[in-house]
Design a protein around this ligand. Structure first.
Ligand code: BGC
Length: 712
């Protein structure tokens, strides 16, 4: 037995059943306008050893006080774990995760999570409820902003990078927090994009497109996993033995502890699979849940279920063991206050270095979608009109799930432009984010007439995406599109900056704008990062991690569609298509422009036939054909030409972000093996099938050149 195991077993042997169940109980504290409070009942719970972890409790001062109760006033002195949704930053707010995914820059994403973890740990936290790795193909769902987009391969690489970033050099370090891979599983596919709705998909589709990022997070060493609210194949995730035991423990080998989502045990009553909370608790514990978030079901009923023989004490011990092991790994038994260092908190939280890191990842997250007449970058001495309801917003730059972020500590676009611009600058609001008030249009249009170039910031407010923020219409809210159209009608060049948490269906704006920049919600340094891009101090290189639809009617929309029996043919009515819209997205997955341009040579392979154990090298020459240095994300996709089941027409299999000087050319190589071509075959076994594969290379999922290889 390892020293950790010995310690845990010795403690377990001294615990009463009630104390064990206490470790399986997680409660929130209340953090209101005036600061934190702890409900009287919860303080008693801590004293009785009836609660082993708390969330929404942060800052050194507050966590120290709570920890003191746990280690000085309880029988066994077991320290508490403190968790929080540090999703894209604690106090220094980094770009929303969907934005960061657009960077395709794994090092930057890992650094971002490291910044978040360093601050969180300095503020007394041990645990973040992140990364959210739910693949999402329906932008009506508000939580697409929290994930990495529509693709399992990109999502898996990002999931691992975030876990590495949060857990840093390992949980023994005081600048690391436990990661929590969530929401297990398939939460990102609610029917009709409606929050908390049913999920129903084939096991094949689940395993191929939804499971991989969770698996990657677990493989990267995530200490915890959170269940999801939804049902899956008829069983709510928090009561699914298939998901929590067979797949998570059995197949993925997960050894940490499983926490539910907020009251999701209780919700099994509303799902109609449990008659009451007690029965729901038994479903959850039996399926493999180790910790009950906020529902108090375990606390109230689990000991009785054990006494009645419906849940074994061995199952309880198994859960408690995992939780205690995490506390040992965090070093809390050696020093329960090791995350309680005021000096460190002052030094780390919102440090200049963290702000600088936030600015860097923010500009890497920007996607340039259109740039006619090279209207961007802006000239610093131009007569500039800055307009739009988001131009001066700080609070929306935080985005949803912004931890302890403070609006006034954010740089708005206006702040960033003011710092960078040297010529005449006028500012107009134009309209609100929502509503139908056009009374500001005239002043904006008049100001446009006096300007050389118009910069418009439109999009969503931070509450319009995130949890419980599904939208049935995914255009620009209110009269914002009309504002852009009115400005464009002046004939002046109009550069539109979008600020949003989901892909927006904005065909008219995209057509009328001279330039279009996807600026998401970029966090504390949003305005500075945008100014870096808009003035060309940074050459944008982001690529969309999610397809942007033309219309909500096209969703779910994703690049990796399967082949159908009636492939799209513009000339034939009887093929898979709409009669009123193209099938193609407004902007495809993987797409993004630069201030320079890149040329791709024909891809080549070092061998066209290969077998298992051999490697094929795919190579392509990429040239910077412009006069400015720039970065490009070179993407590799595959199609299995004939297989025992229908396969995606394109599937991302590799990418590399390269930087090229003006006119520099580079040979980019990707290595492939038989293992990269595996999938769930007709009989659900995982493996490859011999035959022909089309390998595609390019700078976007919709602009690829191909070469064929044969697996023997
Ligand atoms: C969300 C989780 C989150 C939890 C705790 C839930 O409503 O679905 O993602 O971690 O609340 O704040």
């Amino acid at each position: 037995m390892s020293p950790t195991d010995e310690r845990v077993e010795a403690l377990l042997a001294r615990m009463t059943l009630a104390e064990k169940v206490g470790q399986m109980t997680l409660f929130t504290t209340d953090w209101g306008q005036t600061g934190p409070t702890i409900r009287a009942g919860y303080a008693d719970d801590i004293r009785r050893g009836a609660c082993g972890a708390l969330f929404n409790s942060h800052t050194v001062a507050f966590t120290r006080e709570l920890q003191r109760i746990a280690v000085e006033e309880t029988r066994l002195q077991i320290p508490l774990i403190f968790g929080y949704d540090v999703v894209h930053g604690y106090r220094t707010i980094l770009p929303i995760p969907l934005a960061e995914a657009a960077s395709w820059d794994l090092a930057a994403i890992e650094r971002s999570a490291r910044v978040a973890a360093t601050e969180a740990a300095a503020a007394g936290l041990h645990w973040t409820f992140a990364p959210m790795v739910d693949v999402a193909r329906d932008p009506r769902w508000g939580r697409v902003m929290e994930g990495a987009g529509e693709d399992a391969f990109l999502g898996s690489r990002i999931a691992a990078a975030r876990v590495r970033g949060f857990q840093g050099g390992g949980l023994g370090n005081t600048d690391a927090v436990m990661a929590c891979v969530k929401h297990f599983a398939a939460y990102g596919a609610p029917i009709a994009g409606r929050e908390y709705n049913t999920v129903d998909m084939s096991e094949r589709y689940f395993r191929e497109h939804y499971l991989p990022p969770y698996a990657a997070g677990v493989r990267a060493g995530a200490a915890t996993v959170m269940t999801s609210f939804n049902d899956f194949d008829g069983v709510p995730a928090s009561g699914s033995e298939f998901l929590l035991t067979d797949v998570l423990r059995g197949e993925l080998g997960f050894e940490g502890f499983v926490v539910t989502d907020y009251t999701s045990i209780n919700e099994m009553v509303a799902h109609g699979v449990a008659a009451n909370d007690a029965a729901a608790g038994e479903l959850a514990a039996g399926a493999g849940v180790d910790m009950d978030m906020q529902g108090a079901v375990f606390q109230r009923y689990l000991a009785d279920s054990v006494a009645a023989g419906r849940i074994s004490e061995a199952r309880i011990d198994d859960a408690v063991r995992r939780i205690l092991q995490a506390k040992v790994a965090l070093g809390l038994f050696d020093d329960p206050y090791r995350f309680c260092d005021e000096e460190r908190e002052r030094r780390e939280v919102l440090s200049p270095a963290h702000r600088e890191a936030a600015r860097d990842v923010a500009r890497r997250s920007v996607v340039l979608l259109k740039n006619d007449a090279a209207v961007l970058p802006l000239a610093r001495d131009a007569r500039l009109l800055l307009v739009g309801p988001l131009a001066q917003s700080r609070v929306d730059m935080l985005g949803a799930w912004h931890g302890a972020g403070v609006a006034d500590e954010c740089v708005s676009l206006f702040d960033g432009i003011t710092a960078a611009h040297q010529g005449k600058l006028e500012v107009e609001r134009g309209c609100d984010i929502d509503g139908d008030d056009r009374s500001g249009f005239d002043a904006a249009v008049a100001a446009a007439a006096r300007a050389d170039v118009v910069l418009v910031a439109v999009g969503e407010s931070a509450e319009m995406s995130g949890e419980a923020a599904a939208r049935a219409e995914i255009g620009l809210p209110g009269v914002q599109s009309a504002l852009v159209e009115a400005l464009a009608a002046t004939g002046k060049p109009v550069a539109v900056v979008l600020m949003n948490g989901r892909p927006l269906a904005i065909p008219t704006v995209a057509e009328r704008a001279t330039a279009l920049v996807e600026g998401w919600w970029l966090g504390s340094e949003a305005g500075n990062a945008l100014a870096d891009v808009l003035y060309g101090d940074y050459n944008p290189a982001g690529k969309l991690p999610m397809s942007v639809p033309r219309s909500v009617g096209q969703v779910p929309l994703y690049y990796g569609e399967k082949s159908t029996g009636r492939p799209f043919d513009p000339a034939s009515k009887w093929t898979s298509k709409y009669i009123d819209l193209p099938n193609a997205p407004l902007f495809p997955f993987g797409f993004g422009l630069s201030y320079t341009s890149f040329g791709y040579g024909e891809p080549g392979v070092d061998r066209s036939r290969f077998r298992a154990g051999e490697r094929v090298t795919v190579s392509v020459t990429v040239t910077n054909t412009g006069d400015r240095a720039g970065e490009e994300v070179v993407q590799l996709y595959v199609r299995d030409v004939v297989a025992s089941v229908t396969r995606p027409q394109k599937q991302l299999l590799g990418f590399e972000k390269i930087e090229l000087r003006p006119h520099e050319a580079r040979l980019v190589r990707f290595e492939l093996g038989e293992e990269d071509l595996r999938f769930y075959r007709r009989d659900m076994s995982y493996g490859s099938e011999p035959g022909e594969f089309e390998i595609m290379v390019g700078g976007s999922s919709a602009d690829l050149q191909s070469v064929r290889i044969v697996l023997e």
